[in-house]
Write a protein that binds this ligand. Structure first.
Ligand code: UTP
Length: 293
C-alpha cells in the first residue's frame, strides 16, 4: 500500500548571501512578506497539505526561527493584560502541537542535498515533503496540497515545476521531459543549472518536493555537484526514468524570494490583496506606475 506523506523537511541552514547584509544576523527565512516571515508561509502550506511532522534543518544563528514557533511568555502576558485579543490569537496560533516540530542541525552549509540528508533518521522509511521557504507559492489550493493529491493518485516522487525563459535555465534544476497527462510530466532525467544551449527543456523545479526515502541512499554518497555543493537534484536524477518520478505543473504563482526582485514582487502582490492595506498600497503602486516610462 502507498504510504501517506506525513513529514516535511524545511531546510533553513543556507547562508542567504544574496540578501546580505539583511541576513548577517537574521535567517533569510525570517524575512517578512507583508506581515509574516517566509518560513510561516511554508509551514502553513505544509499544514494545509495534511503534514503532521515539521522537520527544520537549521544551522548556526537560526535561533529566531525556533523562537518564532514557540511561546513568548512576556509578549503573550502583555497582550493579555492590554486586552489585545486579536494579536494574542495571532501569536498563539503559530505554535505547533508539542512534539510535532523537530529540529536537526546541518553543521556546515554543504548544499541542499546535504541539508535534506541531515534529516534522514527523522524521515526513516517514509516518503516526505521538502519545502524551501524562499520559494513562496501563492495559490488558491496550497501548492503542496495539490502535490499530495497527485501523489495519492500516481505515487513515486513528485517535484513542482514551471516553465522558465530558456535564458534562465542555468539558475534552476531542469527536467528532461517524457509523457504528460493532466499536468503531470514524467521525468526522464534532471540536470542542475544547465546552460541554455544544452538544457533538456525549460521546465524548472521549484522548491516543493515529495520524495521517496531511497533519495537518502543516493545522498549517502555525498558526491559534490554544481558549485561544489551536494545537490538534491543529482540524487533525484538517479531516481528518474522508470515512471516513478514526475514533475507537476502546479496552479498558482511562485515568487523566488531568495532573490531581491522576486522578494519585492511577492511583497507587492500580497500587499495588494491584503484586507487592511491593499487599498493604500494600490494607490501608491498606481502613483509609481504613472511615473514610469
Ligand atoms: P539557496 O540555494 O537559496 O542558498 O538555498 P542560500 O545559502 O540559502 O542563499 P544564497 O544563494 O547564499 O543567497 C535553497 C534552500 O536550501 C537551504 C537554504 O536555507 C534555502 O532554504 N540550504 C541551502 C540549506 O539548508 N543548507 C545548505 O547548505 C544550502
Amino acid at each position: 500500500m502507498r504510504k501517506p506523506v506525513r513529514k516535511a523537511i524545511f531546510p533553513v541552514a543556507g547562508l542567504g548571501t544574496r540578501f546580505l547584509p539583511a541576513t548577517k544576523a537574521m535567517p533569510k527565512e525570517m524575512l517578512t512578506v507583508v506581515d509574516k516571515p517566509l518560513i510561516q508561509y511554508a509551514v502553513e502550506e505544509a499544514v494545509a497539505a495534511g503534514i503532521e511532522e515539521l522537520i527544520f534543518v537549521t544551522g548556526r544563528g537560526k535561533g529566531a526561527l525556533e523562537d518564532h514557533f514557540d511561546h513568548s511568555f512576556e509578549l503573550e502576558a502583555t497582550l493579555k493584560a492590554r486586552g489585545k485579543t486579536a494579536e494574542l490569537k495571532i501569536v498563539e496560533s503559530l505554535i505547533p502541537t508539542a512534539g510535532n516540530l523537530v529540529y536537526t542541525r546541518q553543521q556546515e552549509p554543504r548544499g541542499l542535498g546535504h541539508a535534506v540528508w541531515c534529516a534522514r533518521h527523522i524521515t526513516g522509511d517514509e516518503p516526505f515533503a521538502v519545502l524551501l521557504a524562499d520559494d513562496l507559492v501563492h495559490a488558491g489550493t496550497a501548492c503542496l496540497k495539490q502535490m499530495v493529491d497527485v501523489y495519492n493518485k500516481v505515487g513515486g516522487s513528485i517535484v513542482a515545476v514551471m516553465d522558465v525563459p530558456r535564458e534562465h535555465t542555468n539558475r534552476y534544476g531542469i527536467l528532461k521531459t517524457g509523457a504528460e497527462k493532466d499536468g503531470c510530466v514524467e521525468a526522464l532525467g534532471l540536470v542542475e543549472k544547465p546552460k541554455p544551449e544544452v538544457a533538456p527543456s525549460t521546465l524548472s523545479i521549484i522548491g516543493r518536493y515529495i520524495l521517496q526515502p531511497e533519495v537518502m541512499q543516493h545522498l549517502d554518497k555525498q558526491e559534490p555537484g554544481a558549485g561544489g555543493e551536494i545537490q538534491l537534484t543529482d540524487a533525484m536524477a538517479k531516481m528518474c526514468g522508470n515512471g516513478q518520478f514526475h514533475g507537476y505543473r502546479f496552479q498558482g504563482r511562485r515568487f523566488d524570494c531568495g532573490d531581491k526582485a522576486g522578494f519585492i514582487e511577492a511583497n507587492i502582490a500580497l500587499a495588494l490583496e491584503h484586507p487592511q492595506i491593499g487599498g493604500a498600497v494600490k494607490e501608491s503602486v498606481k502613483e509609481f506606475a504613472a511615473k514610469l516610462k
